[in-house]
Design a protein around this ligand. Structure first.
Ligand SMILES: [Zn+2]
Ligand SMILES: [Zn+2]
Length: 212
């Protein structure tokens, strides 16, 4: 299994494409640059099995509708944020763009996530519910491959902001402490923005996690 990162401008959102040995893939957080994401998928001859969202802020799902329709695949999102997909205020697209409400078409299949081990296509994922940045944030653990996609919960030497709709700082720290810091220190963490890191490095160096 391997993971490819596509950095999207203007907000430096990381889209990840997780690829197995059969060239099947999951697209995680398809952001602004749908052309770059599609090109990567097509050039490598990948078969998209699903789109998975770490949370439903618009910058993490802006290309989800296009890719879901083109590849006829479902979108997976935590059950607490399904309504965000259809609401430009909750997914913040109206707040940030001032004009565009970015939503998912009614014809696109939406599947829900909770804290669970989940089979999606040919992939087995461990889903951790890590509220705090948003109420339905999840971290996606590919246990066998040894990496975690942390969304906007945990970053390299930082954590997600908690001043947006449904954010809660105490809950965020609790989520990281109880769900993520328990993972093996060598687990590679791929965050929603910025460079990757490891659980062990963040335990020792993240200023927001002192005393955790
Ligand atoms: Zn976010
Ligand atoms: Zn983000």
């Amino acid at each position: 299994m391997k993971i490819e990162k596509i950095v999207n401008y203007p907000m430096d959102v990381n889209t990840y494409v997780v690829i197995n040995d059969d060239n099947k893939c999951l697209v995680i957080d398809p952001s602004f640059d749908d052309k770059k994401i599609m090109k990567m998928i097509n050039q490598n001859g990948l078969e998209v099995e699903a789109i998975v969202l770490t949370h439903a802020h618009f910058d993490h799902l802006i290309s989800a509708n296009t890719i879901a329709l083109m590849h006829e695949v479902p979108i997976y999102v935590h059950k607490k944020e399904v309504e965000f997909l259809y609401d430009g205020t909750k997914n913040l697209s109206i707040t940030f763009t001032r004009t565009n409400s970015i939503t998912i078409d009614n014809g696109v299949s939406v599947q829900t996530l909770s804290e669970e081990t989940k089979q999606i296509g040919s992939f087995s994922l461990n889903i951790y519910h890590v509220p705090g940045h948003s109420p339905g944030s999840v971290a996606i653990h590919f246990k066998d491959a040894g990496f975690l996609i942390s969304g906007d919960c945990l970053f390299n030497r930082s954590v997600g902001r908690t001043d947006l709709f449904g954010g809660d700082e105490a809950q965020l720290i609790k989520s990281i402490k109880t769900k993520l810091l328990k993972l093996k220190p060598e687990t590679i963490v791929y965050p929603g923005h910025g460079p990757h890191t490891t659980i062990g490095y963040e335990k020792d160096n993240n200023p927001y996690l002192r005393g955790c």
